[in-house]
Design a protein around this ligand. Sequence first.
Ligand code: PLP
Length: 396
Amino acid sequence: MFEQLEMAPADPILGLGAAFKSNGNPNKINLGVGVYKDSDGHTPILASVKTAEERVLASEKSKSYLDIEGSAEYGVAVRRLLLGDEHEILASERAVTVQSPGGTGALRIAGDFLARHYGDRSIWLSEPTWANHPKIFQAAGLRVETYPYFDAASNGLDEEALLAALGQIPAGHIVLLHGCCHNPTGVDPSPAAWQQIADIVAERRLLPLVDFAYQGLGDGLREDAAGLAALCRTGCELLIASSFSKNFGLYKERIGALTLVGGDRSAATKALSHLKIAVRTSYSNPPAHGSAIVSEILADEMLTARWQDEVAQMRARINGMRREMVEKLQAKRVKRDFSFIEEQRGMFSFSGLDAEQVETLREKYAIFIVSGGRINVAGLTNANLDYFCESVAAVL
Ligand SMILES: Cc1ncc(COP(=O)(O)O)c(C=O)c1O
């Protein structure tokens, strides 16, 4: 039976990793997959995570299953991180959380739940978006449509087109919004634009699904939640997919969460009962280790402060690399204005390099970037920045 199968294409992002590994060029750089590297080019285990992990291992008494929705303590910690400690949504108990294997798991559970109960509506994704988004929602059985987002001429947000398109989406449809650090462009709406987005969402009774995979890596943990806060102020119902792969550096532990905000406590409780069915029929109940680490950190003031400091350091390094890259490219006298890279936020930049230039960078210089021109700025270091800028200058 299996011999009849055609080979499936490699994943456009993770597939690059295999090509990178087998490349023999000593100068090779992998700017494909969204993984943070420190100034030595390593993906570190955060000190706050190490301490929490030691405590968790020392105190763990059983490997029995978690509940279908995961740890209750973790759910509380996630909601406070998203909304702040004092939010009305927390007081009125109209938000529920299911612990998930990574942000991807949260998106898929959201997709399964939405397809089952609201399958007559489409999910609308920004054009462009993370390459896995359409695949996850199509696999769940949802119809996928797109709205405009990026203006290639200015390398910024096409605010006019975005707002106009959101205003045309039929009532009751689902809109996926990147909470911050838009992947792949690095372009986020301004606070004023977020307010307009929130007003349209509420007015048209759209259902937002906020993909929040990079909280803290843009401008700050609270600052990055400004868009989410604007949506919540309207009182609309919404879903939030959190990932702690990047901001806690817990990539392979696979830890995330799906939080659902209902109109009231009863709506949220009913929705939770259905989210639990989606979980039970997918992976039954979540892995525990990552959530134990996150809960341990967020329940301890000193560990929380240390973690916040570590997130701030990652953020500062990424933004510093953006600055240095722009300066270095200027110094190499490239004709193109790359100053927009400094305005973008998070791990990724849409570099404006076209498919042929991306191909040449790979073939000739062993620099691996995603075919749309997305580069992982967090993969640049003082050791490889010069080679990268020189290669880009040569290719241009
Ligand atoms: C926009 C976006 N959403 C969700 C995820 C999922 O992250 P994970 O499943 O690794 O937690 C990613 C990871 O790259 C992402 O970029």
